[in-house]
Design a binder for this molecule. Structure first.
Ligand code: ADQ
Length: 484
């Protein structure tokens, strides 16, 4: 019987070590949730890095970690600290991440890191080959593993391989600047099915294949090395029911059951009175998310419409991310400085314009934030999809609330009923915040209702199932193509 193999940089587990005692807690991220239906007991295996570096573990710890990982239907790819530095923090996050998000000025092209990236991708391929047979279906995820499809296909030509990119694929004019552009495209073309969040990313990819590799592309098919490769878009959804039902339970909580955070959020409405509004933003602290831009735009809004001083508050949750990388350190400093400046400039005795949290929060607190926010302000300068925008909509159980969403997020392609903005246009930004504040309840409800209907239908389980279905179809076409 064929198995399904999921491959991602990180395993869907968080391992913690206390001497020789190992505990594993499942990850709650979008990918882990989405793959739940695919990663069922018995006939599937998840391959990835455990998050623990091999050179810091004792032999007993290594054995225990391996056993724990096996019990969870997973297999680990071992990485040393040096490899994590050069492959993950280095090439993945200092080269591919900025390049694919149009931050050319941040992209570092270092030969040593590229070599480590190749070596680590080879190690992933080796672990895949050790754990799979000819008939297994392999689904590789994201930009850390762009070379894996080809490395596996070369060794096992009959295997069925899917690849999904969670970040944007940039336009040809950006991608052509990349020194290893041919190698990366060839690496990806080892797959039988290549999936992207949006049609635009798919189009950019096809254009690079045509112009850099000079391959024949017809509609969404590529002829390559005697194979036919399919390219398609699969917009990732969320676990809609989980967010909706958690929000519903939250609404039923009595005053005594409310969290400290919730009480603090409630206090804003009590102090600011009628017409007061909470605006929420949640992101990883990443330069692609447009955090400094958002703070400046909010400042401009308060200057332009001073009648909202003491009425409107921005709650900004930034989750620490890649804080070892210098561009992220600088971003954090800039954010701290901007929040300080604006709070210093506008605060009154009873009101501060921005409440800023730099930390991760438990799921229940995320729900507190989503359900309390009258407006969600999701304004990345570039984002593959953006699940936060979708989660906010799912928690609006009363149908009220307004989503302001950047056109530069992949999610904007499916969320036309949101207020879509170009985050670099401050006039539009400020006017849209005003429009959101003043939007009549009936209009809010009609927009949210349509969005909720779409999100509940195209949830994350459906995303995973549609990708798998399309990947299995390539198995059949492959047989026909080969026999021609
Ligand atoms: P991310 O850049 O991480 O993902 P996003 O899609 O917004 O961005 O997902 C973030 C997730 O983290 C959300 O599910 C959110 O609930 C969760 N989260 C945020 N803040 C949290 C907090 N404080 N505590 C706990 N959880 C928190 C990348 C791409 C995106 C793409 C996804 C999926 O950059 O564009 O949408 O992958 O493909």
């Amino acid at each position: 019987m064929s198995k399904t193999i999921i491959v991602s940089n990180r395993l869907p587990l968080k391992l913690s070590l206390d001497g020789d005692k190992i505990t594993a807690t499942p990850s709650v991220g979008g990918l882990a949730t989405g793959m739940k239906s695919v990663h069922t007991d018995g006939d599937s295996l998840w391959i990835g890095w455990s998050g623990l570096t091999d050179d810091t573990l004792t032999t007993t710890q290594k054995e225990k970690v391996a056993e724990k990982i096996r019990q969870e239907n997973c297999a680990a790819v071992a990485l040393t600290q040096q490899e994590v530095d050069d492959f993950y923090l280095g090439f993945s996050n200092k080269t591919l991440w900025p390049l694919f998000h149009y931050f050319l000025e941040y992209a570092k092209f270092e030969k040593d890191q590229w070599e480590t990236y190749q070596r680590v991708n080879e190690r992933f391929a080796k672990v895949i080959l050790e754990h799979t047979g000819e008939d297994d279906i392999i689904w590789v995820h994201d930009y850390q593993l762009l070379l894996v499809p080809q490395l596996v296909k070369e060794q096992r030509p009959k295997s069925t391989i899917g690849f999904f990119l969670h970040i944007p694929f940039p336009s040809f004019e950006i991608f052509r600047t990349f020194p290893w552009r041919e190698e990366v495209l060839q690496g990806m073309l080892g797959a039988d099915l290549l999936g992207f969040h949006t049609y635009d990313y798919e189009r950019h990819f096809l254009s690079s294949v045509k112009r850099i590799l000079r391959r024949e592309v017809s509609f969404n098919k590529i002829s390559y090395d005697n194979r036919e490769i399919k390219v398609d878009s699969f917009p990732m959804g969320i676990d809609y029911d989980k967010f909706y039902s958690s929000a519903k339970q939250h609404m039923d909580k009595s005053l005594e059951e409310r969290s400290e955070l919730q009480q603090r959020l409630d206090s804003h409405k009590e102090i600011s009175g009628d017409g007061s509004k909470l605006i929420l933003s949640i992101d990883r602290m990443d330069y692609t998310k447009g955090i400094p831009n958002r703070i400046r735009a909010f400042e401009y809004f308060l200057e332009k419409y001073p009648e909202y001083i003491e009425k409107v508050r921005l709650i900004m949750l930034a989750v620490p991310s890649r804080s070892e990388v210098s561009t992220y350190k600088k971003l954090k400093q800039e954010t701290d400085r901007l929040v300080g400046r604006i709070n210093g400039k506008f605060s009154t005795v009873s009101w501060t314009p921005i409440w800023y949290y730099y930390r991760s929060m438990p799921f229940d607190n995320l729900i507190d934030l989503y359900t309390s926010a009258d407006i969600a302000l999701i304004t990345p300068v570039r984002d593959g999809m953006n699940l936060v925008a979708k989660e906010y909509v799912a928690t609006r159980v009363n149908g009220d609330g307004v989503l302001i969403l950047s056109e530069m997020a992949g999610a904007s392609k499916e969320m036309n009923e949101a207020l879509l903005i170009n985050p670099n246009n401050f006039e539009e930004f400020a006017a849209t915040i005003k429009k959101a504040i003043e939007m009549p309840l009936e209009e809010q409800q009609s927009r949210i209702k349509i969005l909720q209907k779409r999100l509940s239908r195209y949830n994350v389980e459906r995303w995973a199932n549609e990708f798998m279905k399309s990947l299995k179809e390539t198995q059949q076409t492959k047989d026909i193509f080969v026999s021609k």
